[in-house]
Each structure stands twice: as C-alpha cells, then as structure tokens.
Design a protein around this ligand. Sequence first.
Ligand code: DON
Length: 316
Amino acid sequence: MMPEKSAIASAVRTAHADHAGDTGGANASYIPYLASVDPSLFGVCVATADGDVFEAGDAGFEFALESISKVCSMALAMEHTGLPEFHDKVGADPTGEPFNSVIALALHGGKPLSPLVNAGAMSTVSLIPAASADERWQKILAMQSAFAGRDIRLSDAVNDSEQSTNFHNRAIAWLLYSSGSMYSDPMEACEVYTRQCSTLVTTRDLAVMGATVAARGRNPVTGKQVFDPSLVPPILAEMTMEGLYTSSGDWAYRVGLPGKSGVGGGVLAIMPGTLAIAAFSPPLDPAGNSVRAQKAVASVAAALKLNIYNATDFAQ
Ligand code: DON
C-alpha cells in the first residue's frame, strides 16, 4: 500500500534532519577521487512507483555510482542470458567475504556466487553480448540512463582515477578467466566494469533507479518499460543476499528491504510495488557501506513501516 504523500515528505525531511550532524566512517581511500569528495555532503530522496519524488539535503549533488551500477548490468545480462543461465553462471549466494575478495573465488572453484561483488559484476559484464568494448559500454550506459530516466554520463575524473589504480580487479578478472567464469576478453570486461562504476548520479537519480525496480521494471517518471517484470524478484533476491556485502544479513534483519550500496556513498533500498529510498553521504563503514546513508534509509523505512518481511496488512 502506498503511504500518504505527506507521510513520505515528512519521513524524508526527518531522516535528513536527524542525521545531518552525524559523523563517523571514512571516505573510500583506495580510489583517489573518492577520498577527495566532501564528507559533509548528505542527501536523502524517495521516489514512488507512481513517479512522485521527495528529497532533502544535497539530493542534487552528483557522485560516483560505483557498485550500485551492478544492479543495472545484472538486469541487462539477465535479459540476454535468461534467468536459469544467469543463475548457473554467476550465482545468487552471499560470499561472506569483502566485495573484492580473492579468497571467496578460491573457496568456490572460481565461481563468483553473486553479481553484486566485483568478481560477479565483471562476469556479468562479460555476459552482455557485444562485438567491442565500446558496444558493451554503450549498452550499459543506455541501461543506467533508462533506469534513471535521464542521460547518465561518465566522469572522466572518476574513471581515470579508477582505471589507473585498478590492479586488484584486473587480477580478479584473470582468475575468473582461468576458472571459466569469464565470457569475454577479461581486460575488456574489467575496463568496462570500471567505467560503469565511474558514472555520476544524484541521490534523486538513485531513487528513480530504485523506483524503476519497485514499479516492475517500468520507469515511473518516463513511463518507459526498462526491463522485463519477470526479472524483478531475482534482482531483489540478489540485492537481499549481497547488496550490502558482509552486512547484508544485518541490513535484512534491521531494515527488511532489499538494498544496494556503493563506495561513492550511495545506498538504495526498494519496497517492491511501492517506492525506493535513496541516500548519499561519502564516509563508509568497514564493510564499504555509507554510515549516514544507511541510517537515513533505515529511518525512512521505519517511519513508513516498510519491510518486506512484515507486509503492511500485518503491521497494523
Ligand atoms: O571496483 C571497485 O572496487 C569499485 N569501482 C566499486 C566497489 C564498490 O562500490 C563496493 N561498494 N560498496
């Protein structure tokens, strides 16, 4: 059931006001660009499956999409392979290890387990049919833009910063290749994956991207069907299992909404059929999730009594 507009507006305002003074966490430092972003930035936004948008704070500031890009590429690859093949090749289980873990690959015969860790995301990118790196990239960029309902663009500053420091991901790409879990040239997949992380979005874009999933694959602002509705349940299942990395279980327990984070400071959560909650603030916890964005999203979800494990009818 859709909450009242006034209740959503108030939940967004309150989440921002209650956490505006919070400190804690530290910007990602392994990507030089991210270390330089102002840590005081803080935006909160809700977009509904009806296309209404409510925002507070720095919701118009553009930041690096990072790992949240994995959701868009997952939808693209699932559409091309079909769900059984995607599940078989990439997987749907939490790794229990950090998002860039090599040990996780070693423990599971080189299978990535999830499209939402770096290894699985590069496998995912390699599954998108393309004759060149540029074609692969253009398909992903078009998908991100369709999710957000506007032309999303690459930040050369973020991309240069990432591509020139990306040695660990390149090693993972070669390990995937050696274990048979890489379906294109490994360096092409790694390079395009790194570009997909280096696009700029606002907190508002993030909320509309989430609302596109909440609205069964149809962007509620543009009215365009972005991906097939049959992909929504597996996308949300993947987000539940690994969306916040080693904190995914804690997040499910405390908040109860499928979510996805990025080291740029974005956090997104989705109440299927209803709305998406997005927040952004650069300082991260040790798992790589924004400290303040997690708090803000949790605050909005609690205020609106949204939890997929506690259907509204039973929550009264
Ligand atoms: O590949 C990386 O490490 C980054 N481009 C993205 C990682 C990320 O966002 C993990 N998030 N919390």
